[in-house]
Every structure is written in C-alpha cells, then in structure tokens.
Design a protein. Structure first.
Length: 354
C-alpha cells in the first residue's frame, strides 16, 4: 500500500492539536504530512518545526490544486471551510473539516453534493463525541445502568482573554464566525443529538440585545421524558478559564462531569454514597483531563485516527459524518437565527452569493 499523503490548510490555533495528533499517527501508519498552507509566515514557521520536509504554501487553494493528497485537513476560519473542502473533494482528496462544518445554509447543500459527486470521504471535527467522559455518559444512557435518564444539563463556558483582540479577529465578526453559538455552543448541540436524536423543538435565550452579537446562550431541547438544557458562552470575565461540564440525572443517581475538578467525574448515589467512577478510556492516547493541548494525545487524536482508519480501510465514516454534522449545523443555525429574531437585530450571515 502506498504512503498516505496528508495536507493541512490553515495553521492557526486548532492546527496545533491536528499537527500533534498527525505526528503520532504518522508514527503508527505509513503516512506523512507532505504539505501545509497559511497566509501568515509565522504560522508556517511553527508548522515547519513539526514537518520540516513538507512543502509550504501561502494559499490553501494553491495547495489543493497543486498537491496530490489522500487527506486534507481544513483548519481555516469558519467562513472559509466550505469552499476549500468542496475544492479538495473535487481534486480527489478526502477531507477532515473542523467544526462548524460551514457558515451559510447553501454551503451545506454544496458540501453534500461535492461528497456525492467525488465519492470521497468527509468527516467533521465534532470532537466531544470522542471525549471519554462523554462516551461514558452515552454508555450509561444506553445501558440504563442507573435507570433511565431524567434530565441532563450541559455547559461550555470561557472568558475572552482580550476584548480588543477579539473584536479585531474573525471570531469577533459574526458574519465570519457565527458567534459563540455556531463556534462553541455547537459542541453540546452535536452531543445532544448524538445522545438523544433530533429534538421535537428548541427554545433559546441569548444576550444579543446587550451587544452586536450574542456572547451567551441558553437552550432547552424538547424530548419525550427527558429534560435537556445547554448553556454556552465566551462573554465571561477574562480570568474565567475554559470550563465544560454536564450534570445527568438518572433514576438511580446523578452523574457530574466538570473539567475544572480532579477527578473529573463524580457519581452521587440515591443511597447518599458519593463515588468517582473509573471512566473507561480509549485504548490509545485519550485523556480524561479534557485538555485540548496535550501533544499527540487526547480526543483530537482519537477522531483523526478514526478518520485515517476509515480512509485506509475504505469504510464509511459513521462518527461525525458530513451528513450528520450538517444536521448539527442546521439545528445550531436555527438557534442563531432565533437569537437575532428575538432581539430584532438584522441577521448578519447573508446567504446570497454562494
């Protein structure tokens, strides 16, 4: 079998975990990162340290048109995802697209059509599905080890470190990022769908009225016999470090995960006993700490390795497939549209021109 050739388009923050994971993967498989692209020289210099023999490009489209790759990782800002992924599939490349899969609704249709036309594989980085603590929650839900699930609350919160830089970056432009709802909150939306399927309806409140875009959202999802809530925000004080958590109430106990605590998982029994379950970890490098920046390990490694295995074995992508990720995008986009409609503020993400 020929060596698997991999490229990275976009060398910003999220590419750190991609490149670290790919370093480990290339040591396991006959694979090599042969090219990467970014418009900023300093980011290319960082990537060159990990892949000194890879060809460098300043434009992602140039890499896509000039290289013969088996897989390309799209790690660009959200508003650039779709056109690069569509072009990569058209050039015969399998694509791993960071979340959210796209920004505008017509782009979702274009991605599905490109996948169908090309016959290539596509996966989206809905990485929460690969966190051990969330896998454990799903296992308890399916097995009903502590009875049926009655309610579950999710939180994903952080403080933006520098307000000035935030407004100057693409994150601070909702027409490019989709705001905290499409960029951060989407993780919990995806896991809720993965756990429980499609909700009958969703209701939201946001802080949009206080600014030019929402920085905080709370959502209620309507399911039969299960109460489901999710809160997401990046508008907290700068000193508020990233925190993700859930509280799942079963008939025979309450399971709590909190990334700020160690151990991260606690089970509160109906008999008054409080224990810390041994969360089953993945067989390889996964970490229950929830950290996104452990070189070569963690759930990011797990999801990327899974995609590589799908490509090598020519088997369907079943976890975070393009089709499934677009369903997550559509539900999250509905919440974003609701936030603007409730505030009476013009929606900034214009579909025209796609």
């Amino acid at each position: 079998m020929k060596k698997l050739k991999i490229g990275i388009v976009g060398c910003g923050a999220i590419s750190n975990v991609h490149s670290a994971s790919l370093t480990a993967i290339c040591n396991e498989f006959d694979a090599e990162v042969t090219a990467f692209a970014d418009v900023l020289p300093e980011r290319r210099e960082f990537m060159e340290e990990r892949f000194p023999n890879a060809r460098q490009y300043d434009l992602g489209m140039k890499l896509i048109t000039d290289e013969k790759l088996d897989i390309v990782h799209i790690c660009l800002p959200t508003y650039l995802h779709a056109k690069h992924a569509i072009a990569a599939m058209a050039h015969g490349m399998n694509v791993f697209i960071e979340k959210p899969v796209c920004l505008k609704r017509p782009e979702a249709k274009g991605l599905l059509e490109a996948e169908q036309r090309s016959g290539k594989k596509a996966m989206v980085g809905q990485v929460v599905r690969f966190f051990d603590e969330y896998r454990y929650l799903k296992d308890l839900y399916v097995s009903q080890r502590y009875g049926k699930l009655k309610s579950v609350f999710f939180q994903r919160l952080l403080g933006w470190p520098d307000t000035a830089s935030w407004h100057m970056s693409w994150f601070g432009e909702p027409e490019k990022s989709g705001s905290v709802i499409l960029d951060l909150h989407i993780h919990d939306v995806d896991f809720i769908r993965n756990l429980l399927g499609e909700p009958r309806a969703v209701n939201i409140v946001s802080d949009l009225a206080a600014g030019d875009q929402p920085t905080h959202i709370a959502a209620i999802y309507h399911y039969d016999n299960v109460m489901v809530f999710a809160e997401g925000g990046w508008g907290n004080a700068a000193s508020y470090s990233f925190r993700m958590s859930y509280r799942a109430n079963f008939e025979q106990g309450t399971l709590v995960y909190d990334s700020w605590h160690e151990p991260t998982v606690t089970l509160y029994g109906c008999d008054g006993e409080i224990t810390h379950p041994q969360v089953p970890g993945a067989k390889r490098f996964s970490s229950v700490s929830g950290s996104a920046y452990i070189p070569g390990c963690g759930p990011y490694y797990e999801e990327i390795r899974y995609f590589v295995e799908c490509v090598l074995a020519d088997k369907p992508v079943e976890q975070a497939s393009l089709k499934d990720a677009i369903k997550t995008y559509e539900l999250t986009m509905t919440e974003l549209e609701m936030a603007y409609a409730q505030a009476g503020v013009p929606f900034p993400i214009i579909d025209a021109g796609n």
